[in-house]
Design a protein around this ligand. Structure first.
Ligand code: SF4
Length: 181
């Protein structure tokens, strides 16, 4: 114990005298975020709401880290939050609409406009065919149980607000979020 204390004291003394025990390679290390612009944001994935620092240059996000000033996560992020930048630049992300026709065994790329028109058409026809104005007891229902909506965890508050307004306005009550599955 005493030897360890003496060793530590000698190490501190050496540091003070400019004879650091750091190697040249260690002395020349610098943070990977040096020179980047930091912007504080919130992890998009779950309701914990961890704060993030997004480091960027120009229009490119180069690193996303936990915000040490946040009382919620104090600089930490879980593995999912730490991989947030892959939302933006992962080569594995699909960037086109993928469609599999009924009974087909393969996926096809389709234009976004085609997909939006098809979804709108199917929602309209399904709602028309299944809309229930009143229950058996005469109570007003004004809903359809034939359509559901599953949102993504990276949708923001404003998007979720609009989605809820749209679907409940059409009488669609099964509105869920992928984060709760
Ligand atoms: S870092 Fe993890 S725990 Fe924190 S908000 Fe994101 S997903 Fe949730």
């Amino acid at each position: 114990m005493i030897d360890a204390a003496r060793g530590l004291a000698a190490w501190v003394r050496d540091l003070g005298m400019g004879t650091s025990t750091l190697s040249e390679a260690s002395k020349n290390l610098s943070p990977r975020t040096r020179g980047l612009r930091p912007t504080v944001s919130v992890c998009p994935y779950c309701a914990v709401g961890c704060s993030q620092v997004v480091y960027h240059r120009g229009n490119r996000v180069l690193s996303i880290e936990g915000n040490p000033d946040s009382p919620i996560n104090r600089g930490t992020l879980c593995p999912k939050g730490a991989a947030t930048s892959s939302l933006i630049d992962s080569p594995l992300r699909w960037r086109t609409v993928r469609y599999r026709a009924p009974y087909s065994d393969r996926w096809e790329d389709r234009p976004l406009d085609w997909a939006m028109d098809r979804i709108a058409e199917r929602v309209a026809t399904t709602r028309e065919a299944t809309f229930v104005e009143r229950g058996e007891d005469g109570c007003a229902l004004n809903h359809t149980l034939a359509i559901g909506h599953l949102g993504g965890a990276t949708l923001d508050n404003e998007e979720n607000y609009l989605i809820k307004k749209l679907w409940t306005g059409l009488g669609i009550v099964q509105v869920e979020n992928q984060a709760r599955i």
